[in-house]
Design a protein around this ligand. Sequence first.
Ligand SMILES: [Zn+2]
Length: 179
Amino acid sequence: MPDIRCWKCGKEYRVDVCFGGGIVACPHCNVKTRVTKTGVLYYTEPVGVFVSDVTIMELLEPIITDPDVWNKLNDIEQERLTEAAKCYAVGAYTACESMCYDALVSLLRRIYGERRELGYYVQQMENDPDLREVRGAIAYFASKRHEVDHPDRIADKIEAESTLTMTKRLIREIIMKKV
Ligand SMILES: [Zn+2]
């Protein structure tokens, strides 16, 4: 019975998803969330909100329209980025950031090996001469490293927008230089 955080109001509540996943409603604001269990991890995504493909495309420019980048991402990475754009579009800023982290970690695990968390890969990238043109983006994630370990905090629109922008910049450079 995990505690999940409502993507709309930010409050936490306990859900009974021992069956593996399903749709739950927030007891505080009644907004629905889909909970999916993958291994020991729970993913949450907004339910009942429609986000057009055009909006998703716009938010994921320029990487989604560049086949040299987008087609080199695996299914998980494409899905997490699409989900990040959807979450941003509906105001689920904290979820947007965590989807960005998931996409990045998946790609970084393919590049640098091992199954570590974002902080470890930030250090790898800081020391990687191939990635010197995106030092700014790497420094951005270095500064966010502590937040990743503190899921209590709630992101606002500007933070989510920065994280999405930096994620795209980093992914583009990693694909061009390392894949
Ligand atoms: Zn709520």
